[in-house]
Design a protein around this ligand. Structure first.
Ligand SMILES: *[C@@H]1O[C@H](CO)[C@@H](O)[C@H](O)[C@H]1NC(C)=O
Ligand SMILES: *[C@@H]1O[C@H](CO)[C@@H](O)[C@H](O)[C@H]1NC(C)=O
Ligand SMILES: *[C@@H]1O[C@H](CO)[C@@H](O)[C@H](O)[C@H]1NC(C)=O
Ligand SMILES: *[C@@H]1O[C@H](CO)[C@@H](O)[C@H](O)[C@H]1NC(C)=O
Ligand SMILES: *[C@@H]1O[C@H](CO)[C@@H](O)[C@H](O)[C@H]1NC(C)=O
Ligand SMILES: *[C@@H]1O[C@H](CO)[C@@H](O)[C@H](O)[C@H]1NC(C)=O
Ligand SMILES: *[C@@H]1O[C@H](CO)[C@@H](O)[C@H](O)[C@H]1NC(C)=O
Ligand SMILES: *[C@@H]1O[C@H](CO)[C@@H](O)[C@H](O)[C@H]1NC(C)=O
Ligand SMILES: [Mg+2]
Length: 540
């Protein structure tokens, strides 16, 4: 691993990169010449100004499109948008405010301490989601299928973004398939009810199941909306998932290369402004059955630094809801399944016994986590993560836990009582976690580790037979989902910066206090540990 952090490693990569760029330029030059001669192969120009490019680029809609629900076998497939543009202000804002104006809506906590022992909440409800009445009603004859990608929490973010696009385009949301994490070996599909509370989502926004989608669209999709440049391979996966056909009239254009004349954006770039006019003109088609391919983070909207709050019950004019506000209601609408929240409650009751506990997410498993970073950023993060010891992490927690220092916090607590700490890490960091616990307990005798591992607890739990008998695909998924709920319910949360797992919990951690909505305590464990590590190195 030290090799990854070394500068010579970076230098080698810079040389490789330079070579690559030179070759790429030559290829592009060649293509450009080809285009001049043949006029068929288009490489879209990258525009610096979004609004300008949107106004000037007439996004092509084929005149042959068939908008009837029963489509003819010849209906061609269209890709939207057909030209790319970049966004120059996609830099994420740092979280700042912690107090928000009150909203007159239901509590954010699923407070049901009731434990069902009969597996009823584990079974897929025979839901007829289209029959649920939802807060936001969308057109019942147009649909958007979210084509989700990558890890479980990337899929959740992709779902947030798909819901937003579905609402702004006024298309009923198809509740999609999810998939397991690639660290679990072969990627398997995961049905909706094993990842999210489907009823909760569909009481917020109109949805239908994949089965109903297939029926209503007569087994085929009309149009592909690209969230990212889409390859034939990606589209084929979504065809298999939905068991629906996408008729490829121009199949030769969709080899396993990026779609010939499609988006000129890089993967995971936030290129799509949230403005509803822009979204409607970008994906301007009346074709009923749409695939939103490779949904991750195309939108400039993000949940970072925000709080997820449902809409007031009396909201009617959806078009007037501000983009950020709508997005926060969307984040609130995507929750873990009810059986998962119940199991988290049961675990907390049995092993912690109070809501006033500390939760820590340490994501920094170098092999998996560092994979997504490149260049100097990777080098810097690698340096930091490699140099931080379990003792640094323990000191960071103790130095920054208000409960141990803040007089007001102490007053509301029993100072001599134990403070329970739960630590969530990827399985590969189990040793690191145990060492943090040892240091925590040595440094402050009030600290008490939550020692019964969740997997051990689960293996003995009565629920064991529930997920076994109701077709749950992945036990690691169950563990991860329950841990997310434990983090959400904690009073003090030390989260991992640059982790979508942490990112998807933070907006849900708030409480109502004196008529105001207040974020629960949170702090970046990497930043705090880095400070401790730097001080230690200075002393030595
Ligand atoms: C669309 O498809 C339907 C059913 O196949 C057909 O009746 C109709 O004529 C088509 N419309 C157009 C504009 O091609
Ligand atoms: C919705 O209800 C809240 C209070 O519950 C009120 O402040 C707000 O004005 C209402 N909005 C509309 C559009 O009626
Ligand atoms: C399981 O428990 C729930 C909640 O107590 C109840 O509504 C449901 O009818 C029970 N199902 C069976 C099959 O006993
Ligand atoms: C689902 O609900 C819709 C709308 O209420 C209804 O038309 C349809 O028959 C229902 N389907 C099933 C299988 O219950
Ligand atoms: C969507 O369109 C339907 C008509 O098909 C309309 O009743 C509804 O208000 C629209 N919803 C939104 C959110 O625009
Ligand atoms: C969609 O395209 C049609 C026809 O080209 C055009 O009249 C309409 O204004 C467009 N709508 C949007 C929202 O851009
Ligand atoms: C405070 O906690 C200690 C240790 O758990 C316990 O012995 C003591 O009774 C508690 N005091 C109060 C006032 O709750
Ligand atoms: C789970 O189900 C399989 C068969 O589907 C069975 O072989 C196994 O013993 C079950 N495990 C538990 C813990 O119930
Ligand atoms: Mg991830």
């Amino acid at each position: 691993m030290a090799k990854i952090c070394s500068l010579s490693y970076i230098k080698r990569h810079v040389i490789k990169l330079t070579l690559f760029i030179v070759i790429l330029c030559l290829v592009l030059e060649y293509l450009y010449i080809m285009e001049k001669f043949s006029g068929t192969f288009r490489v879209g120009k990258v525009s610096k100004d979004i609004s300008e490019s949107l106004l000037s680029s007439s996004l092509t809609v084929s005149t042959h499109e068939n908008t009837s629900l029963l489509k003819s076998e010849e209906s061609p497939i269209h890709f939207f948008p057909t030209q790319g543009f970049t966004n120059t202000h996609s830099i994420l804002k740092k979280p700042t405010a912690t107090v928000f104006p009150p909203a007159a809506s239901s509590s954010n906590m699923h407070h049901s301490s009731k434990i069902y022992l009969n597996c009823s909440t584990w079974r897929k409800p025979l839901h007829n989601v289209s029959a649920l009445s939802s807060q936001i009603t969308l057109a019942p004859d147009r649909f958007l299928y979210p084509g989700l990608i990558w890890g479980p929490n990337n899929q959740v973010i992709g779902l947030f973004q798909s819901i937003y696009v579905a609402i702004r385009l006024n298309r009923t949301l198809v509740v999609p398939l999810f998939q397991t994490h690639n660290t679990q070996g072969k990627i398997q599909n995961v049905p909706d009810y094993q990842r999210i509370d489907v009823d909760h989502l569909c009481s917020f926004v109109s949805c239908i199941s994949i089965e109903d989608f297939r029926k209503k669209c007569s087994g085929s999709m009309d149009v592909v909306f690209q969230a990212m440049p889409s390859k034939m391979r990606d589209v084929k996966k979504f065809q298999r998932d939905t068991q629906m056909h996408i008729i490829m009239k121009e199949e030769h254009k969709l080899s396993d290369n990026f779609v010939g004349n499609s988006l000129q954006i890089s993967a995971s770039e936030n290129w799509l402004p949230s403005n509803q006019q822009v979204i409607r003109s970008t994906f301007n088609t009346t074709a009923p059955c749409a695939l939103f391919a490779n949904a991750f983070k195309p939108l400039t909207l993000t949940s970072m630094g925000q709080i997820a709050i449902p809409l007031d019950k009396n909201y009617t004019k959806v078009r007037q809801i501000k983009d950020d506000r709508l997005y926060m209601a969307i984040v609130d609408s995507v929750r873990r399944p009810e059986c998962i929240t119940q199991l988290a409650d049961a675990y907390i009751d049995a092993n912690i016994g109070t809501d006033e506990f500390v939760a820590v997410h340490w994501r920094y498993d170098k092999n998996d986590w560092l994979r997504v970073f490149r260049g100097l950023k990777k080098y810097e993060l690698c340096e930091v993560v490699t140099n931080i010891t379990p003792e640094d992490v323990a000191r960071a927690i103790i130095n920054n836990l208000p409960l141990l220092h803040d007089k007001n916090e102490m007053h509301s607590q029993n100072i001599s009582a134990a403070v329970s700490v739960y630590i969530a890490t990827p399985p590969s960091l189990k040793e690191f976690k145990l060492e943090i616990f040892n240091h925590l307990e040595n440094l402050d005798p009030r600290i008490k580790r939550v020692s019964l591992d969740l997997d051990v607890y689960l293996s003995k739990s009565v629920f064991n037979k529930c997920w076994n008998s109701t077709g749950w695909v992945s036990l690691p998924d169950i563990l991860s989902l329950i841990e997310m709920e434990i983090m959400r319910k904690s009073k003090y949360f030390f989260y991992s910066y640059e982790s979508t797992w942490s990112e998807n919990i933070r907006p849900l951690r708030w409480k109502r206090s004196e008529g105001k909505i207040q974020r629960l305590f949170e702090a970046s464990i990497l930043d705090l540990s880095k400070t401790v590590m730097k001080k230690r190195k200075k002393r030595n």
